[in-house]
Design a protein around this ligand. Structure first.
Ligand SMILES: Cc1cc2nc3c(=O)[nH]c(=O)nc-3n(C[C@H](O)[C@H](O)[C@H](O)COP(=O)(O)OP(=O)(O)OC[C@H]3O[C@@H](n4cnc5c(N)ncnc54)[C@H](O)[C@@H]3O)c2cc1C
Ligand code: SF4
Length: 564
């Protein structure tokens, strides 16, 4: 008979679930990972990893029929003929957009860790203290010092490359050698540091093994070859994903069971015992309901699905969703603002080129609203910088044909460089998700309604980013600078956060400082749902750190007999 009783259950096997599982298993906890999608094995299940463009029937372009059938997911820059098997099909996973929201999902073992962009900056105390200093959302119940050792713990194992720059707004970590900037990026960096005293462009932090350490080789991973084909899965294990790193590591302990095709329906709360006792799933292959039981439950289904599961976990004690006495579950949703970019052409450095395809970008650390409120909007933004020399930038790109045209493609074009933003958005009660009263998904689970939008604060930040970034490119000597605001819907940033926020007070938050539900302390939420505010740094490495820290706390609590 199949075992239904474990010490811990982790819902979701992506970036944060992989970390929860690894830590729990290493600490001797028999752990069941419930994953709604199919199984993915590192190397074996990367069908396109070593293909050339001409090996694809449509040369990596999606046919119109695929685009028409997948109007949401096909907007994601990483979705293509070479990667579509790691993304959901829109029709199979319906949700209701009360306001436009592009919900980007990857339902498989590994979740979005297979296709993610891998940028990994640490939050600073500027982000952790901003809500308290400027009076938005609620105060974070932790500060940088609480999470810093866990960042280090995660960085050492995952392998993050980056520079050590000594910046207050971008704390240094345990980094492997960074990728070098291109010649034009170095030029931009030089000009910015001469012109602005408060702006710092650095070689930044990405989950790539530039120089693997023994702990990475022990995971069976090797050096990144700078091919920039990461979203297909890496045959070298050169970047961090759950399937290349945390899950196989957890498996080696003998304490891990992964159950794919398990759509979690809800958490089972026992009114008599006053605690969560297990998880109800719908088997995606048979449509059967199955219950699993454990002392501790980790929710890592990614922000919106974690909100959905909690809202759907109704009991006599919690008729509005687990832990939701204050009615705030699903509210104060936020995301990151990726709407704006600028780019231009650089005429010099014609004799400089680059080797390989650097899979990383330099960044300019946030320089807004740090020590004081210095703009007419709240929050800050981080700036990614990019550059390359593509033959396609030549004016006559489409004019050639035949041999001459092909020859011209072997010569580099002019330098083009630019910047794009990753901006904080301010959590508001009106930005929320809730369950549909009458529409269900194919597994009989209520569909999620998304009601999340931009506001004036975001528009002002976009305007400021465009002005400042265009000015920086100009200072750096670029010409023909183009400013762009895509006005894209929220969601496409793929950094949705909140709904089950951390805080000091159970009246105004759902989770305590160890990511436990205030009102049901054997349930931990360590994915984006826990975020009190969004900050401007890429968030996933913070979810990893939260998951590792919470797993250790859960085991301490079990050992002390506080969780039984
Ligand atoms: C193209 C792209 C680029 C990105 N770039 C970056 C970046 O550079 N830096 C960064 O920090 N972040 C980036 N992200 C975001 C990053 O991928 C997510 O923040 C991260 O994966 C979230 O981790 P998670 O564990 O919460 O969710 P996921 O990794 O999505 O894992 C959630 C898992 O839960 C499963 N699941 C969902 N619902 C259920 C259910 N009901 N029952 C059972 N299982 C369920 C899913 O199938 C999935 O496997 C990017 C994402 C994408 C797609
Ligand atoms: S760039 Fe590095 S991590 Fe990405 S696919 Fe190539 S070798 Fe792998």
């Amino acid at each position: 008979m199949e075992n239904k009783i474990f010490d811990a259950i982790v819902v979701g096997s992506g970036i944060s679930g992989g970390w929860a599982a690894k830590e729990l298993c290493e600490l001797g906890v028999k752990t069941l990972v419930l994953e709604r999608g199919r199984n993915i094995e590192h190397l074996k299940d990367y069908p396109t990893a070593t293909k050339n463009p001409w090996d694809f029937p449509h040369r990596m372009q999606e046919p119109k029929a695929v685009l028409d059938e997948n109007p949401v997911i096909s907007k994601c820059y990483a979705f293509g003929e070479d990667t579509q098997h790691f993304f959901v099909k829109d029709k199979e996973h319906p949700y209701i957009q009360e306001k436009p929201f592009d919900w980007i999902r990857g339902y498989q073992v590994g979740g979005k860790s297979i296709t993610w962009g891998r940028a990994c900056q640490r939050w600073s105390n500027f982000e952790f203290s901003a809500p308290q200093r400027y009076g938005y959302a609620v105060d974070w119940p932790i500060r940088y010092e609480d999470i810093a050792p866990w960042y280090s713990h995660v960085e050492r194992f995952a392998g993050i490359c980056g520079g050590k720059d000594g910046l207050e707004a971008l704390p240094d970590g345990e980094y492997l050698e960074p990728f070098e900037m291109s010649a034009v990026e170095q030029e931009i960096q030089k000009k910015i540091s001469t012109h602005y005293k408060d702006r710092f462009m650095v070689r930044t932090r990405w989950a790539h093994l530039t120089k693997p350490e023994p702990i990475h080789l022990e995971q069976g991973r090797g050096q990144c070859q700078a091919r920039d084909l990461c979203t297909r899965g890496c045959p070298f294990g050169g970047y961090f994903s759950s399937v290349s790193s945390t899950l196989p590591w957890a498996k080696k302990t003998g304490n891990l069971t992964i159950r794919p095709h398990s759509v979690v329906h809800s958490i089972i709360y026992d009114d008599q015992k006053g605690k969560a006792v297990g998880v109800k799933i719908i088997d995606a292959l048979t449509n059967q309901e199955v219950d699993y039981f454990a002392k501790v439950i980790f929710l890592n289904a990614a922000c919106l699905n974690t909100n959905l599961i909690l809202l759907n976990s109704k009991s006599h004690r919690f008729p509005n969703g687990l832990g939701n006495d204050n009615g705030l579950l699903g509210k104060f949703m936020a995301f990151q603002n990726y709407r704006a970019s600028v780019y231009g052409t650089y005429d010099g450095l014609k004799d400089a080129y680059y080797y390989g395809r650097n899979p990383t970008n330099p960044i300019i650390a946030n320089y807004r609203n740090l020590h004081k409120q210095d703009t007419d909007y709240l929050g800050g933004f981080l700036t990614f910088v990019f550059s390359n020399r593509s033959p396609e930038f030549r004016n006559n790109r489409n004019q050639g044909i035949g041999g001459d045209y092909k020859d011209s493609l072997t010569e580099p074009g002019p330098w083009r460089a630019g910047m794009f933003m990753q901006g904080e958005t301010i959590p508001k009660e009106s930005n929320h998700v809730r369950l549909s009263a009458d529409q269900k998904d194919p597994w009989g689970i209520p569909q999620l309604i998304t009601s999340v939008g931009y506001d004036d604060n975001d528009d002002k930040m976009v305007a400021d980013f465009l002005t400042q970034s265009a000015e920086m490119l100009e200072v750096a000597g670029l010409r023909d600078i183009v400013k762009n605001d895509t006005h894209q819907a929220p969601g496409l940033d793929i950094h949705e956060m909140g709904g089950c926020r951390m805080g000091h007070d159970p009246k105004t938050s759902l989770l305590n400082k160890f990511n436990q539900l205030h009102l049901c302390q054997n349930v931990f939420v360590t994915d984006g749902a826990c975020m009190t505010s969004t900050g401007n740094q890429s968030p996933s490495i913070l979810y990893m750190a939260f998951a590792a820290r919470a797993a250790h706390h859960a085991v301490e609590e079990m050992t002390k007999g506080n969780i039984v």
